[in-house]
Design a protein. Structure first.
Length: 202
C-alpha cells in the first residue's frame, strides 16, 4: 500500500520540482546586468588566468583564486542551461529523444578526440618553452570525452526495442543536431588550440 502511495506521489513531486526550476529561470530576466557581467567577466578571468605565465608560489595562489572567481561567473552563466537540462531529464523520454541525445553526444566526442590527438605532439615541444598548456588541455579533453562516452553508453542502453525504422524525421533531426554539435565543438576547440599554440610558440 505504501509503495502504491509513493508511486502516486512521484509525478506530483516531479511537477513541483519542475515548477520551482521554471521560477528560478524566470528570475534571470529580472537580473540582466548580472547576466551581462557574468558573460564578460567569466571568459575574461579564465583566459587571463590560463594564459598569463606565473613562476612563483604566490603567483600560483593568485592564479588559483582567479580561477575560482572565474568558475563562479561560469556557474552563473551556465545555471540557466543546466536548469533546462534538469527539466529535460524529468521529462518522460521516447526513443526519439534517446537517438537525438546519442547523436549530440557523439557529435561532441568525435571532434574532441580528433583535436586531442592533433595536439598531443605539442606536449613534448612545449617543454622547451617551460609550459604545460597542451598537457593540461589533453587531460581535460580526454576526461570530457570519457564522461560523455559513459553517458552515451547508458543512453543507448535505454533505447527500447523494437526500434521504429520508419520515423525518418527523428533520424534526420538527430543527424542534423549531431553535425551541428560536431562542427561547433571541432572549430571551437580548434581555435582554442590555435590560440594556445600562438601563446606558447608565437
Amino acid at each position: 500500500m505504501s509503495k502504491e502511495l509513493s508511486q502516486e506521489n512521484q509525478p506530483k513531486e516531479e511537477d513541483v520540482v519542475s515548477d520551482e526550476i521554471r521560477k528560478l529561470n524566470k528570475s534571470w530576466y529580472s537580473n540582466p546586468y548580472l547576466v551581462v557581467a557574468s558573460l564578460i567577466l567569466g571568459p575574461t578571468t579564465f583566459v587571463g588566468a590560463f594564459f598569463i605565465d606565473y613562476y612563483t608560489v604566490w603567483h600560483s595562489v593568485i592564479q588559483t583564486i582567479v580561477f575560482v572567481i572565474s568558475a563562479g561567473f561560469f556557474v552563473i552563466i551556465l545555471s540557466y542551461g543546466f536548469n533546462l537540462l534538469w527539466l529535460y531529464s524529468l521529462k518522460k523520454k521516447t526513443n526519439g529523444d534517446y537517438f537525438i541525445l546519442t547523436a549530440i553526444q557523439l557529435g561532441v566526442i568525435i571532434p574532441l578526440i580528433i583535436n586531442t590527438v592533433k595536439i598531443i605532439p605539442y606536449i613534448s615541444l612545449e617543454k622547451t618553452h617551460g609550459s604545460s598548456i597542451f598537457l593540461a588541455l589533453t587531460i581535460v579533453y580526454f576526461i570530457v570525452a570519457g564522461i560523455l562516452g559513459t553517458t552515451t553508453y547508458f543512453t543507448v542502453r535505454k533505447i527500447k526495442q523494437p526500434i521504429d525504422t520508419t520515423d525518418y524525421i527523428v533520424y534526420i533531426v538527430a543527424v542534423i543536431l549531431g553535425v551541428i554539435f560536431a562542427l561547433a565543438t571541432y572549430y571551437g576547440v580548434f581555435f582554442f588550440d590555435k590560440f594556445s599554440i600562438n601563446h606558447v610558440f608565437g
